[in-house]
Design a protein around this ligand. Sequence first.
Ligand code: NDP
Length: 456
Amino acid sequence: MSTHDFDLFVIGGGSGGVRASRIAAGYGAKVAVAEEHRLGGTCVIRGCVPKKLMMYASQFGMALEDSKGFGWGVPEASHEWQSLIRAKDIEVARLERVYEELLGKAGVEAIKGRATIVGAHEVRVNDVSFTASHILVATGATPDVPEIPGAELMVTSSDVLAMQHAPERVAIVGGGYIACEFAGIFKGLGSKVWMVHRGLKLLRGFDEQVREHIGSELAANDIQMRLANTIVGVERKHNAYLLFLGSGEILEVDQVMAATGRRPNSGSLGLERVGVHVDARGAIPVDSFSRTSCEHIYAVGDVTNRLNLTPVAIHEGQAFADTVFGGMPRRADHEGIPLAVFSQPQVAAVGLTEEQACAIHGRVRVYSSVFRPMRAALSGRNERVLVKLIAEATTERILGAHIVAPDAAEIIQGIAIALKAGATKADFDATLGVHPSVAEEFVTLRNARYSTSRQS
Ligand code: NDP
C-alpha cells in the first residue's frame, strides 16, 4: 500500500499528460494532474485544433477564387477576422470542457496551478504539497523567438491565434511546419505574405524533392519567398514594423511572426533538485519507456523533444501508463509515423525520404509523378501535385511515401497503414485506383529510376 497522496502526479494537462492520467486511473491508480493554463495543452488550446480551424477558414478564400472557373459569379467577398477568432474560441472552450469531463469521469483529480517538484516524491502547487510514488512531466514546449534586436516586437503562433485583427502585410520568419502553415492561413485570409527563411529550401528533414516542390508551390501561390536570408532586426515604424534582412532588404509589414522552433518547457520545474537530467536545449532525455534519469520520474511529449507531434505524445503517455500501472511493458514506438504539414497545398509523408533510404539501403527504386490536378483545369490555378514512392531495390518493399497536394494529410493516413503492414510496390500495383482522384496516383505509378543518393 502506497503511503503517498497519489500513485501518479502528472505535471501538464496536454495531450500526453491527459492520456497517461486517464489510462493510469483506469488501471486503478490514484492520479492527479496539474495544469497552470488550460486543460488540453498546445494541441487543443493554441496548436493543432485552432490552427486547423483557421486553415479551413483560409481555404474558402481560395475556393471563392477558383469557383469562377466553374461558372460561379462571386460578388466581392470579405472576411471578418474577429468572427473567426470568436467562433474558434468557442470551439476550443468546448473541447477544454470535454477534457475536464474525461478526467472527471476517469476519477483523475485536476488541480489548477503551476506545479514544481520540491522533493523526490513531492510536488507543490499553489503552496500545497502533494506526494506521489511516480511523477510524469508532460509540460510541452513554447515558441522560441530568435535573439535579435526588436525580438520582443515579433508575434508567435500563440499570439496570432488570439489576434483581434488580420494584418494586411505579414512577414513570417522560419521555414518549418508553423511557418508554412501560417503562410497559407494568412494568404487565404487576404494578407500579403513574405516568408523569410535562412535555408535554401523549406521543411528541413523532409524529402529533398518534396522540399523543392513545396517551395515552388508556395511561391506560385503568391507568397513572397526570401530564402537563404537572415533577419537582423525589427523596428517599429508608426503602426507598422520594419524587418531588416541580412541581404539589406527592409520589409515594411503590419506583423512579424517568428516561427523558428519551440523550446521544451523544462525550466523552473525543480528537475535539477531531484537529479533529472536536462539537455542543452532544455529537453528531458528519456529511455524508450519514457523514464528520465530519475527512476520514478517519467516524461512524455514535446518536453522530451523526440518527435513533437500530438499523436506521438498520446502514444508515449499510453505506453507509459501501460508499462507502469498496467503491468504491460511497452516501449514508445517512433517508427513509421505519418507526418502532415497543413500548408496550402499540404505536405504529407510516411517512412523514409529518398536521401535516408539511400543512406540505409544503398540503392533504391524511386517512383514519382508531378501533375496538374483535375480541379486546376477549370480553376486555372497554377498548381502541381507531387506523388512519390521509394521502394527497396530487390524486394520492392515500400520504404517511404510522400505527397504534396490538397488533402495530402487525408491521403497519407491510409498509405501509412500499408507501410506498417509491409506493403510492396506489387501490393500498390494490385490495388485499383479511386478514379478520378489525386490519391489514385499512388497505385498507378509506373516509371522507376534507381537512386543511390540524392544530394540536398
Ligand atoms: P520547426 O523546427 O519545424 O521549424 C523551425 C524553422 O525555423 C526552421 O525552418 C529553422 O531553420 C528556422 N529557425 C530556427 N532558428 C532560427 C533562427 N534563429 N533564425 C532564423 N530561422 C530559424 O519548428 P516550428 O516552430 O515550425 O514547429 C515546431 C514543431 O512543432 C515542429 O517541428 C513539429 O514537430 C511540431 N508541429 C507540427 C505540426 C503538424 O504536425 N502539422 C504543426 C506545427 C508544429 P532550419 O531549418 O535552417 O533549422
